[in-house]
Design a binder for this molecule. Structure first.
Ligand SMILES: [Zn+2]
Length: 393
């Protein structure tokens, strides 16, 4: 059996910071039910691998970050990540320099995400970690894209899957999942009313007597954070190892906020970048905005909201066990959470046809950052285009 990379130190609770051994299989923190994350011994890693010699630039896609990831990739897993960071030349940002991380449609000369979504990073890492720990039966409730990613990437590793998604999941994703389930007796597809919350309840009911391992957002021990971390590492590498001033991130559960923040912190600790970590700005849909509400009221955690209606289905997440940590990061970084209405999302999708609804929400936020005093002209902001809009057509 392969081993964890040599500088993985332990697993830590993102809330109470209690530590657990990294070579055992965990779910959430048994003390408080909060998400766990993987911690590296960065001083030793840096000492043994000066400069950026911890990288493995010849590894496929996101695995180029070598010793800053918990394992080496399983051979059967398709390449994920190493997507382009595009500098947007257009005006309309009040002098802000905006960069777009393109996680959707493949671009010539770069790597790509197999299901044309940023979810491939976290889910790919989770499938690989499950494979590493010898776990072969996985379950996930999803708003769509994470389930799509697990069906492709989990299946590449021969995993048995239980995937639950809302009946209202965009048709291209739903149809692909249906077709996959029809031809594969080890893929169980469950359809629920409502949102990911109802999908989760249905999944718990359906798998009550079955031994499955949940790779739902933050239910697994920091695997998806490590996958999403590669997005932050790529952004910084593509900015020639400089930190951006602002990250504008579409936030449902918030794995990406934790992941990108972790990338910044680890590179700072290794001395591979200098300066101040970016202000993290979480973008939500006006219909479902628990983080925006928590920021406004000064609350330490979000309160489960009622799910609204939005084109940006990936943002229709009424609550998350990671929201407490997300809020801590938003505040520590000097960032905030903002919501975007449907009209603005539609307008941005019409302006730039490669945008997903969640990407369009980020673009709308970028246009207002300088006006709202959340950024200054000349600063650098990075926004995420989460996936190909064809997945919503
Ligand atoms: Zn804890």
């Amino acid at each position: 059996m392969s081993e964890l990379t040599p500088f993985v130190s332990h697993v830590s609770c993102t809330s109470c910071r209690r530590q657990y051994p990294a070579d055992a299989l965990h779910t959430v923190c048994p003390d408080d039910g909060r998400p766990l994350e993987i911690v590296y011994d960065l001083p030793s890693l840096g000492e043994a691998n000066p400069g950026r010699t911890w990288m493995r630039s010849d590894a496929p896609g996101m695995w180029r970050y070598g010793l800053l990831l918990p394992i080496s990739p399983p051979e059967a897993l398709p390449s994920i990540g190493w997507t382009p960071l595009e500098s947007l030349a257009e005006d309309g940002f009040g002098g802000l320099k905006v960069f777009l991380k393109e996680e959707g449609e493949p671009q010539p000369g770069f790597g790509s995400n197999p299901t044309e979504s940023f979810k491939d990073r976290g889910i790919g890492m989770a499938a690989a970690m499950a494979h590493f720990f010898g776990v072969s039966r996985l379950s996930i409730p999803t708003q769509g894209n994470a389930g799509d990613a697990l069906i492709t990437l989990g299946k590449s590793l021969g995993q048995e899957l239980y995937v639950a998604m809302p009946e209202s999941t965009p048709a291209p994703i739903l149809e692909r999942a249906r077709r996959a389930a029809l031809s594969d007796s080890t893929l169980e597809l469950l359809l629920s009313p409502g949102t990911i919350r109802e999908a989760g309840a249905l999944l718990r009911q359906a798998t009550a007597d079955i031994d499955t391992f949940s790779v739902a957002t933050f239910a697994e021990p920091g695997w998806r954070i490590e996958g999403k971390k590669t997005m932050g590492l790529e952004i910084i590498e593509q900015l020639y190892w400089e930190l951006p001033d602002v990250i504008v991130y579409p936030t449902g559960g918030g794995t990406g906020i934790l992941g990108i923040w972790k990338a910044c912190q680890e590179l700072l600790a290794l001395g591979c970048v200098e300066g101040t970590p970016p202000r993290m700005i979480a973008v939500q849909s006006a219909g479902t905005a628990p983080l925006v509400k928590a920021i406004k009221t000064g609350a330490e955690d979000s309160v489960a909201a009622e799910a609204g209606e939005t084109l940006a289905t990936g943002l229709n997440v009424p609550y998350g066990i990671g929201h407490k940590r997300v809020l801590e990061i938003l505040r520590t970084s000097g960032g905030t959470a903002v919501s975007v209405g449907e009209a603005a999302i539609r307008e941005e999708m019409g302006r730039r046809l490669s945008l997903s609804p969640e990407g369009a929400a980020c673009m709308a936020v970028c246009r207002g950052l300088v006006d709202q005093g959340l950024a200054e002209a000349g600063e650098r902001a990075v926004m995420i285009n989460t996936c190909s809009p064809a997945k919503y057509a």
